[in-house]
Design a protein around this ligand. Structure first.
Ligand code: NDP
Length: 284
């Protein structure tokens, strides 16, 4: 039997995914051999494509847009984060069945740790209430912030998401138009997809505490509009590449039992010019 681990990311679009680069760097770091490919796949095709992948030796997969929710149906078991998020980003084949995980939120926490941001006791303002917000809320609330406020363009969507997570910790929701109920947030998380159309959400810096920092979940060119807004208001700002690498490190650990060191991989992906590959592309 080959000692090379057969892995893939499934999604659409997937051509510009950075995951093969990241997982090959992890494998080099740990002296392992992986064959990590990109497989373009629609929601309808997913069950067949995943079965074909397993038939040719695939043992682990990442799911990205638009497959994260559809992936739930493939799984014999789900970890707590996947159940909370109602989405899977990582699949592992074991005992003849797929097991589902969601490493997005824990990946964000890993990255916040890497850059020295403490979430315990933080007042967190999340702008955006889409798929990625639902993936990070469970782990973020588990990290014991003082509170989390979700601000969304579509108010009802934010309220619905906040209600789904209120049993896990202090969370409320507001509309992006009207702003949040307070003005002392210490951590701003930019979780909208606006950066992909060259825009930044309409945030009032007065909503933030003077020492607040910002974390965009977008990276590459999609990060630039929010970065410009942060620069304009002298708010320290981090991009979402570290979260991407963090969630990948946790997926790699699920498949191999070994957790790679993510910090050098963040630097390496930046150094090899990820903008050329991942720039305007959504998902991993
Ligand atoms: P979704 O499509 O599920 O959600 C999009 C969010 O953006 C919604 O809250 C939506 O609000 C908001 N939005 C879209 N257009 C506007 C607008 N014109 N004005 C105000 N708000 C708007 O996307 P995801 O949640 O999956 O992804 C969000 C971002 O996070 C993407 O850019 C993606 O690339 C990035 N991401 C990064 C990851 C990483 O590892 N770093 C992982 C996954 C995603 P509404 O509900 O009103 O439509």
């Amino acid at each position: 039997m080959s000692s090379t681990l057969k892995l893939a990311v499934f999604g659409d679009p997937v051509e510009h995914s950075l995951s093969p680069v990241i997982h090959n760097l992890f494998a080099d770091q740990l002296g392992l051999s992986v064959d990590y490919s990109r497989i373009r796949c629609s929601i309808d095709q997913l069950p067949d494509r995943i079965a074909q992948f397993a038939a040719v030796g695939g043992i682990g997969a990442n799911l990205t847009l638009p497959l994260k929710h559809a992936g739930l149906r493939l799984c014999r078991s789900l970890d707590r984060a996947a159940r909370q998020a109602r989405a899977v980003n990582t699949l592992k084949l074991e005992d003849g069945g797929w097991h589902g995980f969601n490493t997005d939120g824990a990946g964000l926490l890993l990255d916040l740790g890497r850059i020295g941001v403490n979430t315990r006791g933080a007042r967190i303002l999340i702008v955006g209430a889409g798929g990625v917000a639902s993936g990070i809320l469970g782990p973020l609330l588990g990290a014991q912030p003082a509170l989390v406020t979700l601000l969304n363009r579509t108010f009802e969507r934010g309220v619905e998401l906040a209600e789904r997570f209120e049993h896990l910790g202090p969370i409320d929701a507001g509309s992006l138009d009207q702003g949040p109920p307070r003005e002392d947030y210490t951590l701003l998380v930019q979780a909208t997809s606006l950066g992909h159309s060259g825009q930044s959400p309409n945030i009032d810096p007065a909503w933030l505490a003077p020492d607040a920092i910002a974390c965009d979940l977008n990276y590459g060119e999609a990060h630039q509009p929010f970065k410009s807004w942060c620069d304009q208001h002298t708010i320290p700002c981090h991009d979402g590449l570290g979260m991407l690498v963090g969630q990948a490190a946790l997926a790699f650990e699920i498949w191999t039992g070994q957790r790679p060191d993510m910090a050098p991989v963040v630097d390496e992906v930046k150094a090899i010019g990820f903008r050329g590959q991942g720039s305007g592309v959504r998902g991993r």
